[in-house]
Write a protein that binds this ligand. Structure first.
Ligand SMILES: C[S@@+](CC[C@H](N)C(=O)[O-])C[C@H]1O[C@@H](n2cnc3c(N)ncnc32)[C@H](O)[C@@H]1O
Length: 483
């Protein structure tokens, strides 16, 4: 059955206007968490305060916080700040100085009590943004085809861990299992592991995978959860390290890396300075530049070593994502020792990412510092960093891509799948199917669109990239062998 295509209102043109004057010149293409609208400006950071820009760099890793923060007079006035805002201000006050953008991003997204993802369903028309699995069932089905081909290349092992990182509503996995359910040898080999930090989304995934909890009379430890979509066992974990090792593993990470916290650096007269977040005397968040080197500078140095000097020379801003590097190392080591492969699909660049962090609330781009916890934060994925991290972590893996999402899906047969679905659907479903297909593989604004301007669909076909990390024994993974 076709899922009704979600049409979401997302007028970014208007919402962006007042931010544009304070934008640093972006040297990357405009960022996109898919919001199905056509405007592409970045309402990025409020202007940055240059603190102590004259001081010389030192070898010490410490921050001179004098002058960065003046605690306000103690007040008994009730504050309108949310719990998360109070918490963030508390950290800054307790530390006596600003926090990194990465720490801010981690708190905003995954703070256990009030993080953006933790307590609600943020996807779809009623939520904040839409992702490919929510656009069309064909997305999860094509990933299923890729996973089945890899399983074939692995020699059809009878026990495989199928891991999804950040599964959102569980839609991709549900479509994958429905699509694969006829290939019993494959589905019977699977144990599904959902790596999800949000208890609310874990429940939604349990529901959407149509799970039943089997009690084997041995207490909680003996409980097995089975997805009735293909009769496969399912487990949930807070991170990849918790997924049992020792079996061949297939890992899917769709729009997961973009949610990992990034550190932002800005070129100043004294060299690269980390952008930090502080609180003004009026109790507002603002960006400041660290006057001295911060620990994350080590990751910046590592990133620059992976790039050509000319690539770095033209940049005024650079983002680095230590969590992405660490995660990739874990993935590569696991794939290297247990066999299998990982598929990473996300919006990003095949080069250094400059200044891409963005906030989206209710399908509108908003200021990153505005009401933290009420908007999604995400950043472009740096694909060369993933490639280098994987290759450094394990000699037993090979890295393929990035290729565009369009190349990836079309080589897996999405055109034929769309044709087949069109044979058997109502006119309304056919419209949804065609628009969904176009969103997944198209580029730019949809020329065929006749609806309201602010809802014109934007193709994700070239803005999203796919990369695979596989055990060398498996050879080149399907769809990466054609480019
Ligand atoms: C942008 S959503 C993508 C959802 C899904 N893959 C899709 O395409 O619809 C990011 C997902 O990663 C989860 N997530 C974000 N940070 C996480 C972390 N540090 N650990 C585990 N899950 C995380 C979120 O709760 C959410 O499910």
């Amino acid at each position: 059955m076709l899922r009704r295509l979600l049409q979401v209102s997302a007028s970014r043109r208007l919402s962006n206007a007042h931010f544009l004057t304070s934008l640093p010149t972006p040297s990357s293409p405009p960022p996109l968490r898919y919001s199905s609208s056509s405007s592409s400006q970045i309402p990025n950071s409020t202007s940055v305060e240059h603190l102590d820009d004259q001081s010389q760099p030192t070898s010490q890793i410490s921050i001179d916080r004098s002058g960065l923060y003046n605690p306000p007079e103690h007040s008994h006035e009730p504050s309108s700040d949310t719990e998360l805002v109070k918490h963030l201000k508390g950290i800054i006050k307790f530390r006596g100085g600003p926090i990194s953008v990465a720490e801010y991003m981690a708190e905003v997204l995954t703070n256990p009590k009030a993080g953006f993802y933790m307590n609600r369903d943020v996807f779809g028309a009623e939520g904040d943004f839409i992702t490919s699995p929510e656009v069309s069932q064909m997305f999860g089905e094509m990933i299923g085809v890729w996973a089945m081909c890899l399983w074939e290349q692995m020699g059809q092992p009878n026990r495989v861990n199928l891991v999804e990182l950040g599964p959102g509503r569980g839609t991709l996995m549900a479509d994958l299992l429905r699509g694969a359910s006829k290939l019993k040898n494959f589905t019977e080999s699977l144990h599904i592991h959902m790596v999800e930090c949000s208890p609310t989304l874990q429940k939604l995934q349990h529901h959407n995978l149509k799970c039943t909890d089997e009690d084997n009379m041995g207490g909680d430890l003996d409980k097995r959860t089975i997805s009735t979509l293909a009769g496969t066992p399912v487990s949930w974990h807070a991170d990849l390290e918790q997924v049992p090792s020792g079996s061949p593993t297939i890992i899917i990470a769709h729009e997961f890396y973009d949610a990992l916290p990034v550190h932002q650096f800005q070129r100043a007269s004294r060299g690269w300075c980390e952008k930090m977040i502080d609180v003004t005397e009026d109790s507002l968040f603002r960006f400041v530049l660290s006057p001295q080197p911060t620990p994350a500078i080590l990751y910046l140095m590592k990133r620059c070593q992976w790039a050509a000097t000319e690539e770095v020379a033209k940049l005024e801003h650079i983002e680095v994502c230590p969590k992405a590097i660490e995660l990739t190392q874990t993935i590569a080591k696991r794939i290297g020792s247990d066999g299998g492969g990982a598929l990473i699909i996300d919006y990003g660049l095949n080069g250094i990412v400059s200044n891409s962090l963005q906030a989206i609330r209710k399908h509108q781009f908003v200021d990153i510092l505005d009401n933290p916890g009420s908007a999604d934060l995400s950043a472009y994925v740096d694909f060369p960093s993933i490639k280098h991290s994987a290759e450094e972590a394990s000699e037993d893996v090979s890295v393929h891509g990035p290729i565009t999402q369009s190349q990836f899906l079309r080589s897996l047969g999405i055109d034929f799948r769309a044709e087949a679905l069109l044979q058997n659907c109502t006119d309304e479903q056919a419209e949804s199917l065609k628009t969904g297909y176009w969103r997944l593989v198209g580029e730019g604004e949809a020329q065929f669109w006749e609806g309201p301007d602010e809802q014109v669909p934007i193709g994700m076909g070239t803005r999203y990239l796919a990369m695979a990390i596989v055990n060398k024994k498996q050879g080149v993974p399907v769809s990466f062998n054609e480019v």
